[in-house]
Ligand binder design. Sequence first.
Ligand code: GLA
Length: 393
Amino acid sequence: MSELKGHLRNLFTEHFGAPRSDAVLIRAPGRVNLIGEHTDYNGGFVLPMAIDRAVWVLAQPRADDAVRVFAAEFNQEATFNLHAIERSDQHLWLNYVMGVAQELLALGVSLTGMDAVICGDVPLGAGLSSSAAIEVATAFTFLHLNPQSSTLNPADVALLCQRAENRFVGVNCGIMDQFIATMGKAGTALLIDCRDLSYRHVPLNLRGHCFAIVDSKVPRTLASSKYNERRAECEEAVRLLSEYTGERFQSLRDVTARQLHLHEKQLPNNVRRRAMHVLGEIVRTEMAARVLERGDLRLFGKLMNESHESLKNFYEVSCPELDTLVDIARSLPGVLGSRLTGAGFGGCTVTLLRRDCLDTFLRELPAAYERAHGRTPAIYVSEAADGAGRVAP
Ligand code: GLA
């Protein structure tokens, strides 16, 4: 970490001169979702944890309204004015920063300009929420540079970052990623009830086990169009089930298993399958949090496996590479459960396994995956980390 801080400081000095004493250093983590997939926008439960990879911002205020940002991962510098915010087609990463600034201004938070360097080690586009990490890091940076101007709590920050992504970046994501990036706590997963945003930190008593995240390296080209399609199918399920039952459901969370069962034959095939996944996954996720609290890792792993099967067969967001990764993982010693994580259509899997079997896993899994698909996966073993915050520079 001190290496990373030194790197950030050097980059800052190169672009804007040596940082002054009013500079702030902010960190916002990526995440892995342990279970509860495609449930957040259905008002259900999710159980993510923040990972020990993060986006970092070193920034200091300016006397004017200019925001100058150097993004280390793209080796690009770009500037915008707080009073003339417009989407950039040239610097797509800047849209996350501008979107957040716009949402803060819309809430009446008064902002000063800033010089900032952004860098990080959350792999981009791998489904570990680098976007939410940039948004949350940006929001925290603006808020720390303008401390007198707002009384936003962390949930407000998560919501405004989600709006930035929905409205400005144009991705219709749910609340999970921004929420865990702000509210994560080391050593715990976070059970979020996405209907009312109540939450509970669930201690990860892993007793000699760990979570391995495997990046399939499959580009998530279909992810955003298919994601929107799934959201529309869920809305259709809510509309039709409301009509059939005479109830006024707000989301699939309000539908009981019995109501779905009574009317499932009336639903179009795809809509029925999506609803079946969502209802099952909501129950699994709440149960998973309870079994984790009890320390029943075997049952937790079984629920992870069931989640994957449901995402594959009912929600249809897996792909051959993710299925292969899950199959290989489950065939290896010490593995309790494995599933795709995030939106699907590429990205990562998450596997719960015994720590003393990790070496075998790290050796066997890439070899078998390469044989099957000719791609080299990346593997990250992460502890649960803290959510976003200011760090001593
Ligand atoms: C993406 C979205 C989240 C959530 C997951 C699927 O990560 O950003 O809001 O919907 O997909 O669980």
